[in-house]
Design a protein around this ligand. Sequence first.
Ligand code: PEP
Ligand code: MG
Length: 877
Amino acid sequence: MVKHKYVYLFSEGNSKMRELLGGKGANLAEMTNMGIPVPAGFTVTTEACTKYYDDGKKVDENIVDEIIQALKDIENKTNKKFGSEENPLLVSVRSGARVSMPGMMDTILNLGLNDNTVKVLAKLTKNERFAYDSYRRFIQMFSDVVMGLDKRDFEDVLDEIKEKKDVKYDTDLDCTDLIYVVKRFKDIYKKAIKEDFPQDPKKQLLLAITAVFSSWNNPRAIVYRRLNDIPGDWGTAVNVQAMVFGNMGDTSGTGVAFTRNPSTGENQIFGEYLINAQGEDVVAGIRTPQPITKLQKELPECYEQFIDIANKLEIHYKDMQDMEFTIEQGKLYFLQTRNGKRTAAAALKIAVDLVEEEIITKEEALLKVDPSKLDTLLHPKFDEDDLESATSVARGLPASPGAASGKIYFTAEDAKAHHDIGEKVILVRLETSPEDIEGMVSSEGILTVRGGMTSHAAVVARGMGTCCVAGCGDISINEKERYFIVKGKTYKEGDYISLDGNTGSVYGRLIKTVAPEISGYFAKFMAWADKIRVMKVRTNADTPRDAAQAVSFGAEGIGLCRTEHMFFQEERITAVREMILSKTEDKRRKALSKILPMQKEDFIGIYEAMGERPVTIRLLDPPLHEFLPKKDEDIEILAKEMNISFEELKDTVSSLHEFNPMMGHRGCRLAVSYPEIAEMQTTAIIEAAIEVSKNNNVKIKPEIMVPLIGELKEMKYVKDIVVNTVNKVFKDKDIELEYQVGTMIEIPRAAITADEVAKEAEFFSFGTNDLTQMTFGFSRDDAGKFLTCYYDKKIYDFDPFQRIDQNGVGRLVEMAAELGRKTRPNIKLGICGEHGGEPSSIDFCHKVGLDYVSCSPYRVPGARLAAAQSQINNPRK
Ligand code: PEP
Ligand code: MG
């Protein structure tokens, strides 16, 4: 029997093997086969990682044998030997999942060093300082990443020695210092682990590989996966590669670079490097890196070669590349290439430029941009006037664009906690690390004191579309005591600051923000998307302002206008309360007649904003008691107005209390109990449509939507009210117009009996918020509290209120669509739950043949793109 292969040499793989070798491994293999200088190495596959978990967290013996075999290949290629006392091989061990997970997985460099090989290395390189520098780095990384020791203990030792010698940088330490550092590091290790630092390189290697496998399930990785929809069962591969050294003196160095600017998309090499340094130094922000263009002067031959290869890689991968390289004594090596993360603005520019440079097609360009990131382009900038009177107090690197104002907090936990209670938060850190991810997600903006454009904060913030100013050395920070000082002024926890991620400026106060303008690239790109997609994109909007905003973002209609939102306005709520609390139909009608002109005015505004675009208006949905006064003083005021006693009103208010209002007297049930409410709303809708049609010479075709239907007769009852009312208005106004009456499908029974419901309903709009709630049987308002536990225990991978649950809720949608079409072949089908703006759910809607999706205004461009991507991936007529 042929044994299953779990380890691949770089020369045995290629970029198509991403699932098996991970992104990094597949690209290292591809580069190797393209003849690019890559240090020899091999990849332990993602399947080995999955097997590790299946086997109860054990690395299989056969896999160990394969690893040893592959190691021999590196030994042969490098003419070095693992653990040799003549010419020792040192390796790096890095994780590499199918998609890159920045900062989530851990890297170990210089593995293979021990008390003997360090001496040999010193002798061979005639550079004792270099050897001990490498050894101390290895001990620290191994202790931190593999054994889980606190890296601060190690940094404290370095700081202590630097302070004693009165020097600033690690590079200022001499060999004797480093020998002492190594001793101190080993002591820390022994004290914590109760064993000497492992001296056997094979043992080091297996422990390191195991650590990478188990880091797949560390809490940071789990959070990152959840935020980025990465399935938990993919596993990570491990790359083992011969070391090359950037810390071998002034003709050595290491850096990271992008083929184009990842913030703006400008077609110009962009990156940083450090001479005489190892990889971690560039991202850790301890020394400030040099811009890559300076390398041209410092090591011109290496620079030329680097640019040559960078161009070759970009054309080969047809995308902007993010590369890591090391120069060892004048010889250039590539350690990684991948499609670079970028801001949404850069993504658009790069996609459009690559089409214009004839490197990719329009379809390929459309697939390159993440639809969920497009709304970051639409977010506010600083108000120019307010900004004019503000002077910046400090300047850091413009790491991720956008503008942010908020209260400062100094730990990820504090940032999250204050965000959760509704504050706008700015996270201020010395530097961020993967542990900070949840705090970063909760923040409007991120400010770090250390770190360059490729630091953790910069990379992660750009990925999330969050404004970030990094490496702001003007600030002196005390994280422990939670304050920072800049220009003599102290900013404490809870104080306001503002950040400009485009310039790197930091302001010591709140600055107002305004809506952004959209670039020419945006329009061009979106026009390509519109030409391709078959699904329409509407918006959920309740006000003329939101409607107009959505139209400017490309909305082709309103898929859901929630009329109840109009009831809450201050000048209306009293009339609404009177209507609810009236004991007789007569009194209710009287109160409704006060509301009618206001409702009509709203609909006129919306029709005017939308022109002839379709507008679906939903009849009143929420339980009535939501509109009632809660505080005694409000009840008192209302009682006076209604001319009844406080006690009587309070009793009526309590009688409307429901134990489970979400499943109570709401939706079409209100119209069944109080037909006069539906009559008033229908009158307002139709009268408004007639008026705008006449005045603006447009043809308005109202769509009236009945919420929460579960039974055909219910639908028929409400539809009859609507139709009779419409006929009455037509007669009164002596004019007729086309209109439709449809329903939301948001109760499982409606989905199951959709063929019957379609006898009356002229269109369906899937209300997947309620449909999810009712199908799962958990409340959309409370589920957040326990769902985290479900993610942690891997019962659910994602929030079903954000992404449609295709296996359950999705099946109901599919079934209802089919049944509806059976009864009414041309029935119009759409979705207006939150899922209508989420790319994977939009793709699902495309596959089941919906006519449109409807989402909030800022998600409209993303939905247009997602619909185009679906059509490219699965063409539909
Ligand atoms: C829904 O339930 O999906 C819906 C759009 O309605 P609402 O969110 O107003 O209940
Ligand atoms: Mg609903």
